[in-house]
Design a binder for this molecule. Structure first.
Ligand SMILES: NC(=O)c1ccc[n+]([C@@H]2O[C@H](COP(=O)([O-])OP(=O)(O)OC[C@H]3O[C@@H](n4cnc5c(N)ncnc54)[C@H](OP(=O)(O)O)[C@@H]3O)[C@@H](O)[C@H]2O)c1
Length: 319
């Protein structure tokens, strides 16, 4: 769709009430789930820091076994030791750089071969880059880590998850998807023709994730598998460490001061993964644990189908 017609289409769908709801939800606390998760299996990407780390601890504290998909072997080993000693559960890990398609395919295929059923998958790994970076495979890095990694994993796990018949997939998204206010530019997903900014590339990757959720939730319908996306709150983590000293100074001295603890994100991710109340809820966006309407382009099924086709080609997933 042409840029001008996208603008005309979406501008009519924007509502002030949605923006007020987003602000209100951003101030609320997550619902707490008291249910136990002993012996269940949870897969988390990016569990070595921030939200992923606290989420791994939260699930382990309620008895779940973990498989963490991390890029750093030393941090992964330390996490394994910490969690297994403290909670007496299993905390396995696989090393994968989720900006590499090769690693994403390898780790997805490994998960697809597991003979245990996966109860919850949390796509959490993420980066924020103020400057455009291209991977060895010629792809824009933020797009790969946030979007392609979760897409490929979900895609390659479809059969296993459907036959296990019970997984909850949760993608850690962001209110920043609203920066892609007029939708995605399918003709420039790699940011070659436009000025790159951190917020715009990050917002677009999170928008792409929401659009993929529309199609995945349709494909998983009737299988017992659900897929939802959540904004984890504005919380203080290690995000942005790959950027230069100016960004890091600004983050430390301004941004971080108003941020909450990532423990609230972990509490919300536990609720979304475990609470009986969400048993068959799928295809929804949550701010922590409150269901919220995302920006209009994130609800565009036609755009979601177009993106699906483009992604299958881009990731080499044609069968
Ligand atoms: N913090 C917030 O306020 C906020 C708000 C909205 C959304 N989010 C989302 O929350 C998620 C977690 O972010 P965070 O704030 O917790 O940041 P963080 O502290 O930087 O944690 C990010 C995690 O992702 C891992 N990771 C990064 N690049 C990777 C790669 N190429 N391959 C494998 N793992 C990789 C990191 O590994 P290392 O430990 O090796 O660096 C780390 O474990 C992200 O999806 C982010 O977009 C955060």
């Amino acid at each position: 769709m042409k840029e001008r017609s996208k603008f005309r289409k979406y501008v009519k769908e924007y509502r002030w009430s949605n923006i007020f709801a987003m602000i209100r939800n951003g101030r609320s606390e997550p619902l707490v789930c008291d249910e136990d998760f002993t012996g269940r299996l949870v897969v988390i990407t990016g569990a070595t820091s921030g939200i992923g780390y606290h989420t791994a601890r939260k699930y382990a504290s309620r008895g779940a076994n973990l498989i963490c998909i991390n890029r750093n072997p030393d941090k992964s080993q330390a996490l394994q030791r910490e969690i297994e000693d403290e909670f007496g559960v299993r905390c396995d890990y696989r090393i994968a750089d989720l900006s590499s398609l090769r690693d994403i395919f390898r780790v997805s295929n490994e998960l697809a071969q597991l003979d245990m059923a996966i109860d919850v998958i949390i796509h959490n790994a993420g980066i924020y880059l103020t400057k455009r970076e291209i991977t060895d495979e010629g792809l824009e890095k933020v797009f790969v880590v946030h979007y392609l990694s979760s897409f490929i994993m979900n895609f390659l796990l479809q059969e296993k998850l459907s036959s296990d018949g019970k997984a909850r997939i949760i993608m850690v998204g962001s209110e920043a998807h609203r920066f892609a206010a007029w939708g995605l530019r399918l003709d420039d997903l790699m940011w070659e023709r436009r000025r790159y900014t951190g917020l715009n590339s990050y917002g677009s990757a999170k928008m792409a994730q929401l659009l993929s959720m529309i199609v995945f939730s349709e494909k998983f319908q009737g299988t017992g598998v659900t897929i939802n996306t959540m904004h984890p709150g504005a919380v203080k983590t290690e995000t942005g460490q790959e950027n230069g000293p100016v960004y890091k100074w600004f983050k430390r001295n301004f941004l971080d001061r108003s941020l909450k603890s990532p423990e609230i994100s972990a509490e919300a991710l536990y609720y979304l993964g475990v609470s009986e109340k969400l048993e068959s809820v799928s295809g929804k966006f949550f701010s922590l644990t409150t269901e919220e309407e995302p920006a209009p382009p994130a609800l565009d099924r036609e755009a979601a189908l177009e993106l699906w086709k483009t992604t299958i080609r881009l990731a080499g997933l044609e069968r």
